[in-house]
Design a protein around this ligand. Structure first.
Ligand code: TRP
Length: 329
């Protein structure tokens, strides 16, 4: 066995990943592969806690896998698998359910937000979502978890669960540490006060699969100046365009536009044209990979199957140990 630390992260299979996912987390996932023993899971059980399209769900899962492989997740280095293919995730969730007070789950801000957005379907799964997330990580005795800031509360909860487990049944789990991606949060192009997200509609995000024309159109119509801001800050839309530029373009170009902005002669059309082009250039190799993988879906399915087998071996072993500790065996 290697002495590398175990790292776990998950992504919901929404069918098409966007540059917010890429800069916020996935670029980091790729880099981390060389340093740690990485488990990356397409968390299909999490995604069904809100309304979803079962007709297209298998395709969405496969597309998510294709996007992940295309942007550099390497099955030789990492274990890439679909969550529901390893039923121990749900088994451990149940065991953890018996340790965590409901009051702790009622505090979760994401549950409150999602309940507001999905008031017609506030199901038990949505409430239990963070416990499943804790089970994902701890089933592999994960210690490192790269996530966006919005997931920190869930990781705290996972630490609460493992502390309760260790206190009650003896030391078993190591504390979980988040790895927060360096890059700033990417915001919606149309509603720059909100995080870039698929749920806001297609004009709000740039998908990894968007073609050149679409990328140009979306960037050109992005919100910019919203009038004077408090303390002389940039408008949220402009700030977001600069964030994107910093992440996609050369430093020199960023400097030039920054200078223009501070001298009051920034042309948004120029900034946007430059930004669109750098995004197009950055996505090109990823999109070439997507085209190749789309032609060989069987290969992608095999990769996922192998990943699930690898994950399952470890999961089976660990769940036995956990059940033994809890007196179930
Ligand atoms: N809740 C995470 C998100 O929406 C996805 C997720 C599920 C996850 N299980 C995880 C992230 C385990 C990190 C670790 O982004």
């Amino acid at each position: 066995m290697s002495d590398k630390k175990i790292l776990f992260s998950g992504i919901q299979p929404t069918g098409e990943l966007h540059i917010g996912n890429y800069l916020g987390a996935l670029r980091n996932w790729v880099e981390l592969q060389d340093k740690h023993d990485c488990f990356y899971s397409i968390v299909d059980l999490h995604a069904i806690t809100i309304d979803y399209d079962q007709e297209n769900y298998q395709e969405q899962i496969l597309n998510t896998a294709i996007d992940l492989l295309a942007l550099g997740i390497d099955p030789k280095k990492s274990t890439l698998f679909v969550q529901s293919r390893v039923p121990e995730h749900t088994e451990l969730t149940w065991l953890f359910n018996t340790l965590i007070p409901m009051a702790e789950l009622q505090r979760m801000t994401q549950f409150k937000d999602k309940s507001r957005q999905n008031f017609n379907n506030i199901n038990m799964g949505l409430f239990d979502y963070p416990v499943l997330q804790a089970a994902d990580i701890l089933l592999y005795k994960g210690e490192l978890v790269p996530v966006g800031e919005d997931q920190l509360q869930h990781l705290e909860l996972a630490n609460t669960i493992l502390r309760k487990f260790n206190n009650k049944f003896g030391e078993y789990f190591q504390k979980i540490e988040p790895i927060i991606s360096k890059s700033a949060r990417v915001m919606s192009l149309q509603e720059p006060n909100n995080k870039m997200s698929k749920s806001l509609g297609t004009t709000n995000y740039i998908a990894l699969r968007d073609d050149e024309d679409t990328i140009r159109k979306k960037i050109m119509s992005a919100k910019t100046d919203a009038g004077p801001q408090k303390d002389g800050h940039m408008s949220p839309g402009v700030d977001n365009l600069f964030t994107l530029l910093e992440n996609f373009a050369d430093e020199k170009i960023v400097k030039k536009f920054n200078l223009d902005y501070h001298n009051g002669n920034l042309k948004y059309s120029e900034l946007k044209a430059e930004l669109a082009q750098t995004i197009i250039n950055t996505l090109k190799p990823i999109q070439d990979n997507i085209v190749k993988l789309e032609k060989d879906k069987d290969k992608v399915k095999k990769i996922l199957e192998k990943g699930a087998q690898k994950a399952k071996k470890i999961a089976e072993n660990n769940i036995l140990e956990i059940k033994e500790k809890m007196g179930l065996i």
